[in-house]
Design a protein around this ligand. Structure first.
Ligand SMILES: Nc1ncnc2c1ncn2[C@@H]1O[C@H](COP(=O)(O)OP(=O)(O)O)[C@@H](O)[C@H]1O
Ligand SMILES: CC(=O)N[C@@H](CCC(=O)OP(=O)(O)O)C(=O)O
Length: 295
């Protein structure tokens, strides 16, 4: 009995700890890039949906930008088509673009919307094509190679997103866009998320990934860097501390900050309720990238 009471008091204390954060962030836009293990594991998926619902219920304005690279690869496998990546970007011929759109906008988006609706949140799935939200052009990779229908976001038209937000809907954005001629482009979801967050001047941009955060030593989770300024991030890319798949993610962080996002978080999506732990607890988790220099 005493033990149960102590547990209940602990729960109340957790809620109290969140008060200053709830006050600070009420009405703020938080863009969540949802991908990785947190999208594949059913329990983790449930916890992400609950976190997004919680953000909405306590007065924030969440916007979800989802990935789905693994699911696209699985569908291409089933169709007997091999996936090829160059520096982390999928080489996308016309057929692959069609499959990517089908998986992202058809399957994943609808499933996320349905899960959010299940917990009482009104959600609307859009792709970058809807309302010309993500206007694209063809993206060549760093070495100038043609990747097919891979898009870089040239312009974000925020009208539809703003209409949804001001009418209390949670937008769920698929990383698919079109160019002036109406061709379909497959966009890496990290880039789509930073473009959306930047154009909405979001308070926060949160990336869910499969590592603890940015690590000083990739093989040592305890070497996590809690707060990183843009300058330090650039230096770590230069000296190789940040490498591989983390480079484009950090570049998206820097891009978001340059476009007016206040802070960017790289979180471990394998931790249940990672989003709430980061935003509403004093200690937080993961790595926060900010514009300010911090010692
Ligand atoms: N300094 C670093 N800290 C953490 N991870 C790093 C670092 N440098 C490189 N990485 C690598 O980046 C990977 C994350 O990028 P990626 O797998 O592309 O993410 P996602 O699939 O979530 O988009 C990590 O699994 C890790 O292997
Ligand atoms: C051009 C490009 O690479 N597009 C990605 C879009 C999905 C994505 O980015 O999903 P994750 O965030 O789960 O990796 C792809 O086709 O896999």
């Amino acid at each position: 009995m005493k033990h149960r009471m102590e547990n209940e008091i602990l729960k109340a204390e957790v809620l109290i700890e969140a008060i200053p954060y709830i006050r600070t962030f009420a009405g703020s836009i938080v863009v969540v890039k949802y991908g990785g293990s947190a999208m594949v594991d059913e329990q983790l998926k449930k916890s992400v949906i609950q976190d997004i619902a919680m953000l909405k219920y306590i007065g924030l304005k969440p916007v979800v930008v989802h990935g789905g690279g693994k699911e696209i690869t699985n569908m291409l496998d089933r169709l007997g088509k091999k996936s090829q990546f160059l520096d982390g970007l999928r080489v996308t011929d016309a057929e692959t673009a069609q499959v990517a759109e089908m998986v992202l906008s058809g399957s994943i988006s609808k499933s996320l919307v349905s899960e959010l609706e299940q917990v009482g949140i009104s959600a609307v799935g859009i792709s970058g094509k809807d309302g010309s939200t993500l206007l694209c052009s063809k993206k060549l990779d760093e070495k100038g190679r043609d990747l097919g229908y891979v898009g870089t976001v040239e312009k974000v038209d925020t009208s539809l997103l703003e209409t949804l937000l001001s009418n209390n809907f949670v937008p769920v954005v698929s990383p698919v866009g079109s160019d002036e001629e109406g061709s379909t482009y497959n966009i890496n979801a990290d880039y789509a998320a930073s473009a959306v967050a930047g154009s909405l001047s979001a308070q926060k941009l949160v990336f869910l990934t499969d590592v603890e955060g940015i690590l000083k030593d990739k093989d040592d989770p305890s070497s996590i860097i809690r707060t990183l300024s843009t300058k330090q991030a650039e230096a770590y890319i230069q000296d190789g501390t940040i490498n591989g798949g983390m480079i484009p993610k950090v570049q998206c962080c820097l891009d978001g900050l340059a476009k007016g996002v206040k802070s960017v978080h790289i979180l471990d999506g394998r931790v249940p309720h990672a989003i709430l732990l980061e935003i509403f607890t004093t200690r937080g988790i993961g790595t926060m990238v900010t514009k300010e220099e911090r010692s």
